[in-house]
Design a protein around this ligand. Structure first.
Ligand code: F6R
Length: 608
């Protein structure tokens, strides 16, 4: 949701904070700010708008200092404005705080603090933290922060500096991400790894309730009971370039083009020397598997769409009933979950609040929990029994692409493995699917090798008011993902619908020139899709179809066809989503949208 960085060391802090924030803008970008300790005071500068607004403002003044905190915001409490931007201060401006998360009981605390004479300036929940610390402060910042967090309900990652403690940066986390970067004569905090990579690859992951006290030379970590704990340093092995655009106009385009490699990276470590799947990270014995009578996949947004394909694949190959649910609904419907349920949480970031809450609910009801996530050390990865990492590499664009494709690959690997273990899938079929799965990076590359028709269509179709995606079976799931991509980055209203449902209502909206994207890759549903395309064509729709190379007769029905290479029906989502991602991307570019940072969105949603 929001991005935090903090620094204590010997270097000038402003450039370090700004550079770190630029790597975290994907987490929120409606305002940004910094607080710097200098000349025996804390100086705060903050602005509504992108980080560039703050950068410009800071370029006209020189603020020296070697201790500071910074923040890039995605508004929850209070509109985006200069005054609601972080950092927030206590009344005298001696203490500055940055925060990611939500303080649920802030109204109560605010009323009380106002009675105590504290003056509030903003509409945010965060400001109570600054005043609370001030209330408890008697010279010891650590103690004041400790006392303050006892009063807080909700989720938070917090960074604090104070005029009275110029040699300390204090931070604390609960249910919101925060890591510590270990340097030489300097130390850092950040919401995510890319913000630190320029300075260090050695990080500590904090646990819930942990507080960290940084000085130039030292890092002390206290657990939720105030006891000092020792943690292992995690060495980040990513290439710095992984978090840079590398010549592409946008991160999203780069990440779409990284998909063939991302598929390989997710597959390769799971295939043993004999060419079989080895899911060492998932500990389910045959006996345990025989007791599992249901699988529940829970996720949000794009990850939910991957979960829908997961349902299809697991039911098809492993013959276990699967429910796929959106995480924000799951725990409010009193779900049937018990010790015979296998629960799979799918989350790129591993920190989505709803998915985490659903996971906790499933655990409370006795389910075995697997996380499928892209972020090592993330909250969801830590709370699951087993973790299956989607090795997509860092995904920076807000709209998910390569993480989605690796989630699909993960779903297929899990389905095939379960199918073989259960004996519901013959070894011949297993080998056949696996061989085809391994050929997909090359086929994905083929799609990316010629995108001229997609660009041409985007240039013609970017002015639509409303776009419909239709498909049947797994094609419907892919259509939903294509539709989500289009709406989030181009702001065109779009809707995905099972093609057979059209005539039950939605077809009323089809008129002359309406753009309909028809995903029609499934042999056994092909004729039915052709009929659905004819239905919308008869009402004046302009139809772009996605079909397999050998399905050329679709050209007689659709206006344009985007072909994907031949593959088995079960695996088409991994290929058919690529033209949809590209179409959404080029339409958004043609509309002049800020593709990597769509309005109102943030990369990880750590609030409910
Ligand atoms: C859309 C998108 C979101 C996320 C959703 C879940 O492009 O990225 O719909 O998929 O917010 O996020 P994670 O996977 O981090 O749990």
């Amino acid at each position: 949701m929001c991005g935090i960085v903090g620094y204590i060391g010997k270097q000038e802090v402003v450039p370090i904070l700004l550079e770190g924030l630029s790597k975290l803008e994907y987490r929120g970008y409606d305002s940004a700010g910094v607080a710097i300790y200098n000349n025996n005071k804390v100086t705060v500068r903050k602005n509504k708008g992108r980080l560039s607004v703050l950068e410009k403002a800071l370029s006209t003044e020189k603020i020296n200092g070697t201790l500071g905190i910074g923040h890039t915001r995605w508004a929850t409490h209070g509109e985006p404005s200069d005054v609601n931007a972080h950092p927030h201060e206590n009344t005298s401006g001696d203490i500055a705080v940055v925060h990611n998360g939500i303080i649920e009981n802030y109204m109560k605390l605010k009323d009380w603090l106002i009675e105590e004479g504290k003056e509030f300036k903003s509409d945010t929940d965060t400001e109570v933290i600054a005043h609370l610390i001030d209330y408890y402060f008697d010279g010891d910042l650590v103690l004041a922060v400790q006392k303050s967090i006892e009063k807080l309900e909700g989720a938070y990652a917090i960074g604090v500096i104070s005029k009275s403690n110029p040699d300390q940066l204090v931070a604390v986390r609960k249910d919101s991400p925060l890591i510590v970067g270990v340097g030489e004569g300097e130390n850092f905090i950040a919401s995510d790894i890319p913000a630190l990579l320029k300075h260090t690859r050695d990080v500590y992951f904090l646990d819930d309730g942990d507080m960290v006290i940084l000085t130039q030379e030292n890092i002390r970590i206290l657990n939720e009971f105030g006891k000092e704990v020792k943690k292992e340093i995690f060495n980040v092995t990513w290439d710095v370039k992984a978090a840079e655009k590398g010549g592409y106009q946008h991160f999203m385009l780069k990440e779409i083009h990284e998909q063939p490699n991302a598929i390989k990276e997710t597959l390769s470590p799971r295939i043993d020397a004999d060419g079989n799947i080895d899911l060492a990270e998932i500990n389910i014995t045959k006996e345990e598997l025989s007791e599992i009578n249901k699988i529940v996949i829970v996720a949000c947004g794009t990850a939910y769409h991957a979960g829908l394909v997961g349902k299809y694949a697991i039911e098809k190959f492993a013959k276990i009933p699967v429910e796929t649910d959106v995480a924000s609904e799951f725990r409010y419907r009193d779900p049937f979950i018990d010790k015979n349920t296998l629960f799979i949480a799918v989350s790129q970031s591993g920190e989505t609040a709803d998915t985490l809450a659903a996971l906790r609910e499933a655990r409370r009801r006795g389910a075995k929990i697997i996380a499928v996530t892209n972020v090592v050390g993330s909250r969801i990865s830590r709370e699951a029994e087993d973790v299956f990492y989607t090795w997509a590499g860092p995904e920076i664009a807000v709209a998910s692409t390569k993480a989605y494709i690796t989630q699909l690959v993960s779903m297929y690997l899990i389905a095939l493995d379960l199918g073989l273990k259960k004996g519901t899938l013959t070894k011949e079929k297993y080998d056949e699917v696996l061989k085809e799965l391994r050929s997909l990076p090359e086929k994905a590359e083929q799609i990316l090798g010629d995108i001229s028709l997609i660009q041409e269509l985007a240039d013609k179709q970017f002015n639509n008011q409303s776009v419909f995606y239709i498909g049947r079976g797994i094609d419907d799931y892919v259509g939903r993902e294509g539709s989500l991509k289009l709406k989030e980055i181009s702001y065109i209203h779009s809707e995905a619908i099972a093609a057979g449902e059209l005539k039950h209502g939605t077809i009323a909206l089809i008129e002359e020139g309406t753009l309909v994207i028809a995903v029609a890759t499934q042999e056994h549903l092909y004729e039915k899709m052709l009929s659905n395309i004819k239905e919308v064509k008869a009402r004046g729709a302009y139809v772009i179809a996605i079909a397999k190379e050998n399905q050329v007769e679709i050209e007689k029905t659709a206006d344009k066809v985007l072909y994907i290479p031949e593959t088995m029906d079960e695996l088409t989502p991994i290929l058919s989503v690529i033209p949809l991602q590209l179409l959404a991307y080029y339409i958004a570019v043609a509309r002049g949208c800020d593709v990597d940072k769509p309005k109102n969105l943030a990369k990880s949603v750590t609030v409910e």
